[in-house]
Design a protein around this ligand. Structure first.
Ligand SMILES: Cc1cc2nc3c(=O)[nH]c(=O)nc-3n(C[C@H](O)[C@H](O)[C@H](O)COP(=O)(O)OP(=O)(O)OC[C@H]3O[C@@H](n4cnc5c(N)ncnc54)[C@H](O)[C@@H]3O)c2cc1C
Length: 428
């Protein structure tokens, strides 16, 4: 696990949650073992338990110590690709299915929070994709046209409008997607865990699964200390934090580090200037910046960081420089939090769903946009696990394809990030 003692975010666990879960695995035999307690694992566990399956969740770290508790909390529908690109890549039927599914990804989060009364600070005032060049503005117009054709509540922003909505310097215009919003992601993962546990599902923390063996038509799941659970089916929900458990899975992804900083709470005189309506923002740079306000009114800004584990505050300095450029008025405000986590990228920038052996499922690769997607996938994953009918899945099942020369790919990615960062600087 790459979580360092200094990896302290602004997100808050609801009171008393940490005491509620321990390391004990209380089931010897279940219908479904879920490995990994992020949004994917917990949402699938929730829906599987509601379909009457017995479920055991096993998590190698503490609650929210994977990407689900460390992310930017921007709940954005859709994928990196727009509807026309998805249809060109996957064909009319698959492309349309994935478009419709991804369009509802943010609803899955906000509906769950509302329906279950989850104690998750949230706002649904939209997400702005901020264009830093004229070319990016043209791309925003294309995106707007395609999503409006799908009935989405989206609109283009001109330079004056984006300046008013963000208070940030340097954007030519952008695109506002009102289906999106922000949450405290750590609160969401903790509240999901509480919901799942209330259905009688045991969630064992700080227990790493080290072995999976097929046995009597099911699976024997072995933990690092030799403890075992038998399960009819297994969901490996380890995503960017995948280890050697499933041969080739970690090598089918490139994981990157995304870094974030948070200022001290903003002074009240900036309330009407910095993101006055609470939208989330990501920009159009190749190495994009994303920012929002936290529930306790700090500015939270994120972007790519070094591929290695950070050594000290200097590894977040590029974000501090970006913050000053976007918001000169915040230059004197102390940076009070710095943290990072892993984002899983696939070779085709689409999430991948695998079942390398019958009853052994996994989804990986969210390209930094997994809050809505992984939450929404819980229901169809549970349907498939319960019914065996692949038609309920919004993604095609595909073989695990390790990326050729994977070891060197990470070096290549680091070089490409440096190159893209330089191009972004030239376009400023
Ligand atoms: C810094 C950052 C910012 C991001 N910002 C956003 C954003 O604003 N919006 C958005 O939509 N997405 C964002 N993302 C992406 C999003 O967080 C992820 O796509 C999502 O959380 C993935 O959920 P998951 O459940 O699949 O994986 P995770 O939450 O990573 O859960 C995987 C879990 O598996 C566990 N595990 C691994 N191996 C084992 C094992 N052998 N045994 C037991 N457990 C194991 C890990 O400990 C981990 O807890 C961001 C990600 C990061 C890192």
């Amino acid at each position: 696990m790459t979580r360092e003692p200094a990896n302290l975010s602004v997100w808050q666990k609801p009171a008393a949650i940490s005491a509620a879960f321990g390391p004990v695995v209380d089931r010897g035999s279940v219908d479904l073992a879920v490995i990994g307690a992020g949004f994917q694992g917990l949402s699938a566990a929730l829906h599987a338990a509601r379909r009457g399956l017995s479920v055991q969740v096993i998590e190698a770290a503490g609650l929210g110590e994977g990407a689900s508790g460390l992310n930017g909390g921007q709940v954005i529908p859709g994928l990196k690709f727009d509807p026309e690109a998805l249809i060109a890549m996957l064909g009319p039927e698959r492309g349309a299915t994935l478009t419709e599914f991804s369009a509802r990804a943010a609803d899955a989060v906000f509906d769950l929070i509302a329906r279950e009364g989850l104690k998750v600070p949230h706002r649904r005032t939209g997400w702005i994709q901020a264009a830093h060049t004229e070319t990016a503005l043209l791309a925003a117009a294309q995106r707007n046209r395609q999503w409006r054709a799908h009935g989405a509540d989206v609109t283009l922003l001109n330079q004056a409008e984006i300046a008013l909505l963000t208070g940030a310097n340097g954007y030519k215009g952008g695109w506002l997607d009102r289906r999106a919003g922000t949450i405290d992601p750590l609160a969401f993962v903790c509240e999901l865990a509480r919901l799942v546990a209330n259905l009688g599902v045991n969630i064992a923390l700080n227990r790493r699964v080290t072995g999976l063996r097929r046995e009597d038509g099911g699976w024997r799941v072995t933990m690092a200390d030799g403890d075992e659970v038998r399960a009819t089916k297994v969901l490996v929900a380890t995503n960017a934090y995948s280890d050697a458990l499933i041969p080739g899975l970690a090598q089918s992804l490139v994981w990157l580090h995304s870094f974030q900083i948070a200022t001290a709470p903003l002074p009240s005189e900036l309330d009407d200037i910095v993101l006055p309506h609470g939208q989330a923002v990501s920009d159009s740079r190749r190495i994009l910046l994303y920012f929002r306000k936290s529930p306790d009114n700090r500015l939270v800004l994120g972007g790519r960081g070094p591929m290695r584990v950070p050594r000290g505050p200097e590894d977040w300095q590029h974000l501090e420089r970006a913050l000053k450029r976007l918001y000169p008025a915040l230059a004197g405000l102390p940076i009070e939090r710095r943290w990072f986590g892993r984002v899983a990228i696939t070779a085709d920038f689409l999430p991948h769903l695998h079942e390398p052996e019958p009853g052994l499922l996994m989804v990986a690769g969210c390209q930094g946009r997994g809050i809505g997607l992984m939450t929404a996938l819980g229901a169809p994953l549970a349907d498939y696990i319960a019914s065996g009918d692949a038609a309920v899945l919004p993604l095609p099942l595909s073989p695990i394809r390790p990326i050729p020369l994977h070891r060197f790919r990470r070096v290549g990615v680091a070089a490409r990030i440096a190159w893209y960062r330089m191009l972004d600087r030239l376009e400023r």
